[in-house]
Design a protein around this ligand. Sequence first.
Ligand code: NAP
Length: 301
Amino acid sequence: MAELPKRKLGRTGLDVTVLGYGAMELRNQEGYRRPLAPGQAQQVLNAVLDAGINFIDTSIDYGESEENIGKYISHRRGEYFLASKCGCPAGVDEPSMRSGDRRHSYTRENITAGVNQSLKRMKTDYLDLIQFHHGPSPQALKEEGSIETLLELKRQGKVRFIGSSSTLPTLLDHINMGAFDAFQIPYSALEREHEEAISQAAKAGAGTIIRGGVARGVGQRGQGRTDTWRLWDRARLDDLLGDMTKMEFILRFTISHPGMSTTIVGTLNPSHLVDNVAAASKGPLPASVYTEAKRRLDAAA
Ligand SMILES: NC(=O)c1ccc[n+]([C@@H]2O[C@H](COP(=O)([O-])OP(=O)(O)OC[C@H]3O[C@@H](n4cnc5c(N)ncnc54)[C@H](OP(=O)(O)O)[C@@H]3O)[C@@H](O)[C@H]2O)c1
């Protein structure tokens, strides 16, 4: 299999593969549209590592995701950097009740309980990155002393670096706070609202973790589910494909952003994983294709 290029995750200095893995798909929650087959989580997670991917993102909120990581790849802990989230309700034992929709709290008690719980669930002594989930305001973080709490956990060796998963306009406040080592940011050719903010985060020395980097995929499960992919047609991007598939194009477009460190694409499908690794291994789009794609997307937006 082709080797994945690596980039520095900003000031963390971690060398992360440009393609990471978003482990939200492993949630296996009751009522959720994607139940896992027996053995599926084990197979996918090990295939991710076998492919050379070295960055995995998860959250307390993603149903069974953290437990699956603990169960199936904690014996390979040296092969991956592990990022989870905080502020999510800790102590929710029933996986089907864990959800990003539930109220988040950035108190010392909830954050500390959440990190300890993540360590236990993922059978590890440390998280490489802990990210505030759902971009709390700087005011809320200040009132609760939340940054101090994370720095304390860092001193205890339970987390190595701190970050936030947020969106505009809070993201800019977080960049300006100067407290974060990395940011998780949504972005793709079809959702470019954060393009400039990614550059700003990188310029400030932070690592950038891109979610939504394949715009949730094409085909039955992706294209058609949202309006997002209509922009593809309006911008006539098919003309620029050459011998690339849409998925290769959109993934390499994301990787072409000079401020991007890694993009955490989620998949449960081993052949999609192979395709994504092959696409990411080719690196950024040719410069002329990238420039023309951006010109067309600007015109069509
Ligand atoms: N607030 C937050 O912090 C937040 C919010 C959302 C997500 N996240 C993180 O970001 C990660 C990714 O997020 P996302 O779900 O928004 O976006 P995504 O990675 O753009 O989309 C994932 C979807 O794309 C499909 N896909 C992947 N590769 C494909 C391929 N080669 N061909 C066709 N379809 C393909 C997958 O389906 P198949 O399984 O069929 O391949 C999956 O349903 C999550 O896992 C999570 O870690 C964080």
